[in-house]
Design a binder for this molecule. Structure first.
Ligand code: ATP
Length: 194
């Protein structure tokens, strides 16, 4: 059974992320998509990054009862900073029956050479790639383990969402309803700098 892994800080999770997760879970051979929330890097504290468990909670709210999607906190307990190759090795050992596939946007593939053990990653794992606007895919675009998909795209980012919240502008529809309601009732991001 193929399980897609979608890594991100999800600060906060937004509709652009959910469109990709749902597309991969329903329009490819992936049986499930796990949204893996990246923990804070203790060496690089970021004023605008909400706490690990808060970002995880928002992803859980976004997913609701969708059985094809799952929020993962697997990296919270792994050594930090977390490298994808180490997380994959850990997951492979913990879930030997699963076949993990990396889901990423073209912008990530373009910088893959900078990732720890990228050769092993490309050799041992499939990458399901979706196009991002105005981005070069780079040298690995034609690699046999890289599969290309045309997913619908929404041109928003978590940075934009945080900016809207900070300025008191509505983020309704830019984030899933449950996330919107939760953010409305909290001081999330309002107090963060930037
Ligand atoms: P930030 O603006 O804080 O950098 P982000 O919106 O890019 O955040 P991440 O948590 O970094 O969100 O995203 C996780 C993954 O989702 C990244 O690989 C990123 O490239 C991708 N992604 C982000 N926004 C979109 C979008 N609108 N459509 C498709 N993929 C996206």
């Amino acid at each position: 059974m193929k399980t897609g892994l979608f890594f991100g800080s999800f600060n906060p999770v937004h509709t652009g992320h959910m469109i990709i997760a749902n597309f991969m879970a329903t329009q490819t051979d992936l049986a499930q998509m796990w949204m893996v929330v990246s923990p804070q890097n203790p060496l690089k504290p970021k004023a605008t990054l909400a706490k690990d468990h808060d970002r995880l909670h928002l992803v859980q709210l976004a997913i609701g009862d969708n059985p094809l999607l799952r929020a993962s906190n697997i990296e919270f307990t792994l050594p930090k900073p977390s490298y994808t190759i180490d997380t994959l090795a850990f997951l492979k050992e913990k879930y030997p029956e699963k076949n993990f596939v990396l889901v990423m946007g073209g912008d990530n593939l373009a910088t893959l050479r900078k990732w720890k053990n990228y050769e092993i990653l490309l050799r041992d794992y499939e990458i399901y790639l979706y196009k991002r606007p105005n981005c070069e895919l780079g040298e690995f675009a034609g690699h046999p383990n890289v599969r290309h998909f045309d997913a619908p795209l929404l041109d928003i980012s978590a940075t934009y969402i945080r900016q809207c919240i900070k300025e008191g502008k509505s983020v309704q529809y830019l984030v899933p309803d449950a996330v919107f309601e939760y953010l409305e009732g909290s001081n999330f991001y309002k107090n963060l700098l930037k």
